[in-house]
Structures are given as C-alpha cells and as structure tokens.
Ligand binder design. Structure first.
Ligand code: HH2
Length: 276
C-alpha cells in the first residue's frame, strides 16, 4: 500500500490524540494502563476528531528513567492489536517496538530522539515507508531539565531538525514522509518553549510540516503563576495550540481532542475563510 505525502494525510490543522499506556506519564499516568481503558480512550479521541492517536508505552517526562523494550511491548501490543485498522502512531524511540507496531498496522513513528536513540530505527522506518515525526530533545529525559541553555534556542533547534531530516533522507526515508517537532519541554525552559512557538515560522521554513506538543505541559502551569506546576490546564493548552496553528503548525499533539477540535475549527474559519 502506497501512502500519500504526509501533507495530504495530515491537512493543517490535524490533531494527534495522546494515549499514554504508562503508570507514570506527567499528566495522565496510570489512567490508561489497562489495555481496555487505553483502547476506549483511543476510540473516544478518534470520535472527537483526532486524525491519529499516538500510543506510547514509555514516559518521557522530565526525570523519567525509561523502560526496557519487553515492558514497553507488553504495554502497547495488546492496545495496538485492538486498534488494528484505525489511524495509530507509535510514540517510541526503540526500533524493536516500532517494528512490531508497524507490523500491526501503525502508520507513523513518533520518535522523540529523532532517530538518534536506537541505531536500528532509521532502517525500520525506511523499510516500512512509514511516516515519521523527528523531535528535538536536548540530552535525555533523566537529565534534560537540568539548567538547559542555548545561545539561540530557535536556530539551534532548526539546525538540529535540518540535520536529522538530511540523515533520514540519506538513510532512505522519503522526504514527504517526514514531519518535524521542536520538542516542547524536552530540555527547555518556559521562555525557550514560548519562543519556539513565537518563531515557529523559522521551523516551518525548513519545508516540512511542523508538529507541536504543548498540551498540558508544565510551562503552561508555570506561566499561570505556579512555579512548582507539573502540568498545565486544558484552557491554556488550547490557547497555545491555536497560537501554534496561527504560526504555521500542521499537527497539534494533544490530550483533550474535543476542546482543541472546536477551538481550531473556529480559528481556521477566521484564518482560512474555511466555513464547514
Ligand atoms: N511530548 C511528549 C511525548 N511525546 N511527541 C512529540 N512529537 N511531541 C511532543 O511534544 C511530545 C511527544 C510528552 O508528553 P506525554 O506523552 O503526555 O507525557 P509522557 O512523556 O510523560 O508520557
């Protein structure tokens, strides 16, 4: 089966709904660890308007230690089996997990290490002709929030994503399978995160669709005045998603799909004269 270019598969704006099959994700850890709960969540998010649901079996929250491949597989495989035939992506940095997921019909690999985490990942993605999301992360989850510094966060993230895009294409991934993501919260301060959305046009200029995942992240809670916040509100998430869309984002990775779908339908009617 030949896939259409990613721009066709995900028109602007498209929603990626988050399904964390983990005990410890930062905003919903443990809520969907049972396969039946995760499957029900995924179906709900698709019914609410998600273009795809992103199933993940390992938390990448700041401080997270990671899990071995067999534990990650044990969490996600029963969920992917139940969701066969529906639009699903796999949130993993492990080639073995991606391979199993693609064999079960997943169409996109969402790799927060942008193909650097596992030397086998590039080949797995290329061979399956899968869509792939390349995400910027400074360091690794265990340490990434230890005083992150950049001379200019936007140009450094852009240079990194351009390099990983070239690496993927050189390794046999078609360019029109690839989207790029600045990795909100992955080794960034509150100011870095907002600057990346403010200057998102500099990432859009790389010529690939841009995904943004700001949903419920702690920078939103901190922005609203709680210096110890570990999550952000749904309303703040929706606000930043609309702003990211206005700055050129194509895919918004979110936990609360219905609220984002309503807000983005209204925003799109303004920006693109797109009445349903
Ligand atoms: N953020 C998280 C996980 N995967 N993928 C992309 N492309 N972009 C992101 O910003 C992104 C991501 C972290 O959020 P979440 O999955 O809700 O939490 P956890 O990693 O704790 O499971």
């Amino acid at each position: 089966m030949r896939r259409p270019p990613i721009e066709q598969r995900f028109p602007r704006p498209s929603l990626m709904g988050v399904v964390n099959v983990t005990p410890d994700s930062f905003s919903d850890g443990g809520a969907f660890l049972e396969p039946a709960a995760a499957v029900a969540r995924a179906r709900r998010l698709l019914a609410d308007g998600a273009a795809i649901v992103d199933v993940g079996g390992e938390s990448t929250r700041p401080g997270s230690q990671g899990v071995p491949p067999d534990e990650e597989l044990r969490r996600v495989v029963p969920v992917l089996e139940e969701l066969a035939g529906l639009p699903v992506s796999i949130d993993t940095a492990k080639a073995e997990v991606a391979r199993r997921a693609l064999a079960l019909g997943v169409e996109l690999v969402n790799d927060v290490t942008a193909l650097r985490g596992d030397p086998g990942m590039l080949e797995v993605v290329a061979e399956a002709d899968a869509y792939v999301c390349l995400v910027h992360m400074r360091g690794e989850p265990r340490t990434m929030q230890d005083d992150p510094r950049y001379a200019d966060v936007v140009s450094e993230v852009a240079a990194f994503l351009e390099e990983q895009l070239a690496f993927a294409v050189a390794g046999g991934v078609r360019e029109d399978r690839i989207c790029l993501d600045p990795g909100i919260g992955f080794g960034k301060t509150v100011e870095h995160n907002f600057q990346l959305v403010r200057r998102l046009d500099e990432l859009v200029a790389l010529g690939r669709p841009v995904a943004v995942g700001f949903s419920r992240k702690r920078s939103l809670g901190r922005l609203l005045g709680d210096p110890g916040a570990t999550t952000g509100t749904v309303a703040a998430s929706v606000g930043v998603a609309v702003a990211a869309y206005a700055r050129g984002a194509t895919v918004l990775r979110v936990h609360d799909v219905r609220e984002h779908a309503e807000a983005l339908t209204a925003a799109r009617a303004v920006f693109e004269d797109a009445l349903p």
